[in-house]
Design a protein around this ligand. Structure first.
Ligand code: NI
Length: 168
């Protein structure tokens, strides 16, 4: 595995739509391994393939609760009407955060690393991460959804308030 370069806002690849994965290949397996390594190295909780320059419908998520998600060709749908409003960040927009409203609960259908279908419900931070990463696959940056102004991340505050924030 290897670290990949994370594309940052302004790189037009981040605003393009990704194509579905038709078949798993050694190359794509390596990509997924590299995405996890790159995400952990950057202290993120999620990373989508376009963020490392690959326009395929793949993202990885690990919010630190012991579960690692590989979502290929995912569908993320809101469950119910409840929403959550909170701070969000993105590894492609380093040092910034903003307030974004997301569904509180979502249902995710995806293929796993073996191209086997699976599905699950997610709520709270995990639901937020799923929505954020899924948006990347459509070329949608969270900055287009921020309520008010983007703010500079105060890293001291982050440490004090523990891991409420998500960067993906
Ligand atoms: Ni992101």
């Amino acid at each position: 595995m290897a670290l990949r370069e994370i594309r940052v806002e302004g790189d037009e690849i981040l605003e393009k739509s990704c194509k579905p994965v038709k078949a798993m290949t050694e190359r794509l397996k390596e990509l997924v391994g590299d995405m996890f390594e790159t995400m952990y190295h950057a202290d993120g909780v999620g990373l989508a393939a376009p963020q490392v320059g690959v326009l395929r419908q793949i993202f990885v998520v690990d919010i630190g609760d012991g579960k690692r998600f590989v979502c290929i060709n995912p569908e993320v749908t809101a469950v119910g009407e409840e929403i959550q409003t909170g701070e969000e960040g993105c590894l492609s927009v380093p040092g910034k955060q903003g307030i974004v409203t997301r569904p509180l609960n979502v249902h995710v259908k995806a293929l796993d690393i073996n191209m086997e279908p699976y599905e699950f419900d997610a709520s709270g931070l995990l639901a937020r991460a799923m929505c954020h990463e899924n948006d990347h696959l459509s070329g949608v940056m969270y900055t287009t959804k921020v309520e008010g102004e983007l703010e500079d991340v105060n890293y001291e505050d982050l440490e004090e308030t523990d891991d409420e924030d998500s960067e993906g």
